[in-house]
Write a protein that binds this ligand. Structure first.
Ligand code: ZN
Ligand code: ZN
Length: 123
């Protein structure tokens, strides 16, 4: 089933990992929480909810900004730039994160190319 031979930089994987971790934590809180709300409000799980969401939000912002590394030439590339959409082949017109949707076709870019060696890789 290996149809896509392009190497991946696991850029979108960061967000999937964060989402899966968040859902797993929420499930843990729901499944282990007391049925009585006053007892639930005193529980450790409830007290962890606030800091957990703050940390998740911060991790999301860090993950979005964290640069990617070209799998061909190992050059570090910014995650925010005026990228060309692999779907509609149009430039964004301004610096945008690779995790954002294309301003023209609303597609999240699945691939990107290196500024130095011009080779394409999966995000
Ligand atoms: Zn490169
Ligand atoms: Zn597009």
């Amino acid at each position: 089933m290996e149809k896509d031979p392009l190497p991946s930089v696991f850029f979108h994987f960061r967000f999937k990992f964060l989402a899966v971790t968040s859902i797993a934590f929420l499930l843990f809180v729901i499944l282990t929480s007391a049925s009585d709300f006053s007892r639930f409000a005193d529980s450790v799980q409830f007290k962890l909810l606030g800091p957990f969401f703050i940390i998740s939000g911060l991790m999301f912002l860090v993950f979005r900004k964290f640069p990617i590394k070209c799998p061909y030439c190992a050059r570090v590339l910014p995650a925010k730039k005026d990228w060309v959409c692999p779907n509609c082949k149009k430039k964004q017109g301004k610096d945008r994160y690779l995790s954002e949707k294309c301003v023209h076709c609303r597609e999240i870019p699945a691939t990107s190319s290196c500024d130095l060696c011009q080779k394409t890789f999966r995000l």
